[in-house]
Write a protein that binds this ligand. Structure first.
Ligand code: ADP
Ligand code: MG
Length: 463
């Protein structure tokens, strides 16, 4: 019928605008490399902040003793303790607990939030068994993963630039997040020193490097997206401090904020951005990360319903609710292998209130998921190529035997198999067979928790 043809025309136009041929991906990768240079050259020189992390040494494997880690960056926070046993023992023991943050505290005051965190930390410390034996006379030390934008001032201090992800605590902005936590720990009687303040990409990089010495970069694909990598200190013109002994500095790219005229943006992406909490910002993130992919699918389905009666004569009202279709549900539909696409049918009914979808309709939904996920995955691969280019690892060097490894983490990468398969396939295609042999992607599972504890160990007050 004419309606079906109209719906297919909407889909086709969207698909065309999303297309990411290899030539375009190369342009995106080149733009990423250019912006990396610009962000390193001067403060504010690029949309890429290229934040200096003050981490100039990644774990060596020699770290030993008891260390804590705290991960705050979403609706849950995690507290972890690990007993490190050096090169022989590695991670001897670890325990963690996960606590959800009461929504009212996400928009309260700094004292209220950090008192809650410190109180939970106190409870967790109280459950520390003898087998974690803290060396006599030593204070407990903590690696603090804080995944909001921070202007770092040393390895264990930094001021909050702004909140995101549903947090909004005005009196904490501009404050040193480590001193806020430390004061709360004092109020709650927790005797612990924050030895390292890091962001989740840096934690993942540290955890990844501990597992595999050839790791040079980390990429997070979760609710949001970000990347970090090891840069040569003398390649950072905006760094005016002493050159670190290692000659290296870990850079937190904040790559979610990357944008380029080469990114394939559709009218749906424009609308999503306009209606977001941070219009104009984090454009790369809005095209590739878990917070948004499902909503892009919803927006296209809504257009097909409005202009081509794709779901019948009335537009299903739930289709108008922003963010109602979440990426995990999109991925469940995309991965549906049943002959009648049963999962798609159930999701359409349960989430969007659309009953009795035909197999033909369900196939279109899967195709739409594939278009949105593939674009995100292919652009993520282009971003990684940008980093490899910056490191000079995108070509074969004569006699080079060392592998180059990228540590990946985050719920999107971990659970959305079609996405991660596509990302890896695209990266191999971009690199070519010869170079691809030298580049590995590993999943740094919960690297961020252990990674922060490792960085606390390498920045311990005890030699
Ligand atoms: P965060 O990024 O919030 O720190 P995670 O790394 O655990 O936390 O990522 C969670 C995000 O991963 C979710 O917001 C969602 O977008 C995405 N995600 C989780 N599970 C799936 C899934 N099964 N399929 C696709 N995406 C998923
Ligand atoms: Mg996380």
């Amino acid at each position: 019928s004419g309606k079906w043809a109209k719906a297919m025309a909407i889909l086709k136009e969207f698909e065309d605008k999303c297309s990411t041929p290899i030539s375009k991906l190369r342009q995106v990768a080149d733009a990423m490399t250019v912006e990396m240079h610009a962000g390193l050259a001067s403060e504010g020189g690029s949309k890429l902040k290229m934040l200096i992390s003050y981490v100039d040494n990644l774990p060596t494997g020699d770290e030993h003793g008891l260390f804590y880690a705290l991960d705050l960056g979403g609706t849950n926070f995690r507290v972890l303790r690990v007993l490190l046993g050096g090169k022989e023992g590695r991670v001897l023991k670890q325990e963690f607990t996960e606590v959800s943050i009461p929504p009212n505290l996400m928009v309260s005051t700094s004292n209220e939030l950090f008192d809650f965190i410190a109180a939970e930390l106190a409870k967790f410390v109280a459950t520390e068994g003898e087998d974690f034996h803290l060396s006599p006379g030593r204070q407990r030390e903590l690696g603090f993963t804080f995944s909001f934008p921070v202007k770092q001032t040393s390895i264990n201090s930094g001021n909050i630039i702004t909140w995101s992800k549903g947090f909004s605590i005005a009196d904490a902005v501009g404050q040193d997040v480590v001193s806020e936590l430390t004061k709360a720990m004092e109020r709650k009687g927790v005797d612990m020193r924050v030895a390292a303040l890091v962001n989740d990409t840096i934690g993942t990089l540290a955890g990844g490097k501990y597992d595999n010495n050839d790791v040079v970069a980390a990429v997070i694909l979760g609710t949001g997206t970000n990347a970090a990598y090891v840069e040569r200190a003398h390649a950072i013109p905006k760094w005016h401090g002493l050159l670190p002994k290692s000659g290296e500095m870990v850079i937190n790219m904040e790559w979610g904020n990357f944008r380029s005229s080469h990114l394939p943006m559709t009218e749906y992406d424009q609308a999503l951005d306009n209606e977001s909490l941070n219009p104009g910002d984090h454009i790369f993130e809005k095209i590739i990360s878990g917070m948004y992919l499902g909503d892009i699918v919803r927006r296209v389905l809504l257009r097909m319903a409005e202009e081509a009666a794709f779901f019948g004569d009335t537009v299903p009202p739930k289709l108008r609710i922003p963010l109602v279709l979440r990426t995990p549900d999109m991925s469940a539909m995309h991965h549906d292998t049943s002959p009648d696409l049963r999962v798609v049918g159930t999701k359409m009914k349960d989430i969007l209130g659309i009953t009795n979808t035909s197999l033909k309709t369900r196939k279109v939904v899967v195709e739409l998921c594939n278009i949105v996920a593939s674009r995100g995955a292919r652009l993520s691969a282009a971003g990684i190529l940008g980093i490899l280019k910056k490191l000079g690892k995108d070509t074969i060097k004569e006699g080079e035997k060392q592998k180059t490894v990228i540590a990946m983490d985050g719920g999107l990468y971990e659970h959305y198999t079609e996405f991660s398969k596509c990302l890896e396939g695209t990266l191999n295609e971009l690199l070519g067979e010869e170079v691809a042999k030298n580049i590995d992607i590993i999943h740094a599972n919960d690297g961020s928790g252990v990674g922060a504890a490792l960085l606390a160990a390498s920045h311990s007050q005890y030699p």
